[in-house]
Write a new protein. Structure first.
Length: 180
């Protein structure tokens, strides 16, 4: 199989893939920093203090920036014990309702985490060991959740227009994948 034709990808798919690439590079950075710390600790008895804090910051970014693209690609786990028994129209309506509820709840969480981030910025809160400003890693939480809402709105719009797609905006049906 050859590589997929990039010209057929939508702007949204390319955007999602770029975010996924950024989060993948974050995982690579974490891996390299931890490896460096282990080597320095083992061979030279010189642990690298910055690694613990920076890897924690990178992990927050990877997790929160990655949730939206994973949602868009249908990568979250779906338990469809009830929904698989519903009629397609009823399932679609339920999905619209749950997306609205999810967007509303994430809006509250975004507001609260943004308030915390602004307070950390204004008060000059810093990390315990290396004295990094904490507002920077804290900012990844609301930014990642904003991306999640963006992809949820895209899924909601598609659902309301009645466009059924293979996976974007939905979740994979693991039972089907396992049985094949």
């Amino acid at each position: 199989m050859g590589r997929p034709d990039k010209s057929k990808k939508t702007g949204l798919e390319r955007f999602s893939e770029r975010i996924a690439l950024i989060t993948g590079l974050g995982v690579l950075a974490i891996t390299l920093m931890v490896s460096y710390d282990v080597l320095m600790r083992y061979f030279l008895d010189r642990p690298q203090l910055f690694v613990d804090e920076l890897t924690s910051f990178f992990l927050v970014a990877v997790i929160f920036l990655g949730t939206g693209p994973v949602f868009y690609k249908g990568g979250h786990i779906k338990v469809d014990l009830v929904t698989s028994r519903l009629k397609p129209k009823t399932e679609s309506r339920l999905r619209v309702v749950t997306l609205f509820i999810g967007i509303a709840l994430l809006g509250v969480v975004i507001y609260e985490t943004m308030v915390s981030t602004v307070v950390a910025f204004k008060t000059g809160r810093v990390s315990a060991v290396m004295v990094y400003p904490l507002w920077i890693p804290m900012l990844f939480v609301p930014l990642g959740l904003i991306l999640m809402i963006f992809f949820m709105v895209v899924g909601l719009a598609k659902e309301m227009r009645g466009k059924k797609e293979k996976s974007p905006g939905g979740s994979k049906d693991i039972s089907t994948e396992i049985s094949h």
